[in-house]
Design a protein around this ligand. Sequence first.
Ligand code: UDP
Ligand code: MG
Length: 335
Amino acid sequence: MNSAGPASAAFDDQPVLSFVVPCYNEAANIRALYERICAVMAACPETWECICVNDGSRDETLGALTALQDKDPRVRVIDLSRNFGKEAALTAGLDHARGAAAIPLDADLQDPPELIPELVAHWRAGYDVVNAVRLSREGESLVKRASAHAFYRIFNRISKVPIPEDTGDFRLLSRPVLDALRQLPERRRFMKGLFAWVGFRTTSVSYHRAPRQAGHTTWNYVRLWRFAMDGILSFSDAPLRVASYLGLAVSLLSFLYALNLLVQTLLFGNPVKGYPSLMVALLFLGGVQLMALGVIGEYLGRVYDESKGRPVYIIRHPLEADRRIAELPPSPANH
Ligand code: UDP
Ligand code: MG
């Protein structure tokens, strides 16, 4: 970024830490989050910036964010052109992080900023990734907790790269990790998987997850199911293999059944029975074939998505720093 006079001077100092906050309808939480970050960081020597990504919110989120940004140049707002989903919003924020390390935080204060000094201490001790592991998840239904628990275990059984259990996006990522993440070109971004895929020296700290401070979660079960499918299909080809093994098993069974029929016919003749068994075999095979086609379809759909090569997100507003530079009066030399 070039130096365009005093207005942009504050932006030229690279901060040590970049907090990345995806925000979708979080107007009621922004101020409290900012204040808690300020309170925690007042006691820390590290300089910081807070990148807030407005993910096409329909409430007053953008107004709340720009008000903060006008007051404190450490707050930087990225305004996406529509709702792209949390993974894309997080990607946008991480792409624009300028710090030596970045920490994604949920806007609803479920990820306590008070844990930041501990994450930073482990980073200072030489780790590149410091995961924050949830010991408990207050305020979340039993079904959600149970399904999350099952998801992590199933995922880790079939994925080539295991993801740490009970770990969300709240973690510290050092600059080399951020640079590695930017090299991953995929459009369907299952961030938890990508964080694990890039590797690096990793450690973890644990915390108790608080309930959402205000507003409602946008992750209903349908969305969670799609998210889980995205995760599994991006990191495992086991479902494709299940189809072929299932096919093999069914063929073997039908071969045995054919032998059985042959022997029965030879020994006892052929008293034209077998309509029920014919129907069962027909329906069963039809079902198996449709299922296998469906699995292939899921992968094909994702290949199609990737092949289009559309960007992961579109920014509606330029960053504040760029805007200020653009708004500066032309220098006399240009007259
Ligand atoms: N979020 C987002 N885009 C979306 C949905 C959610 O940026 O389309 C943000 C949201 O503002 C919050 C974070 O992602 O900061 C986590 O969302 P939420 O609290 O709804 O999820 P949960 O904690 O229930 O998993
Ligand atoms: Mg939440």
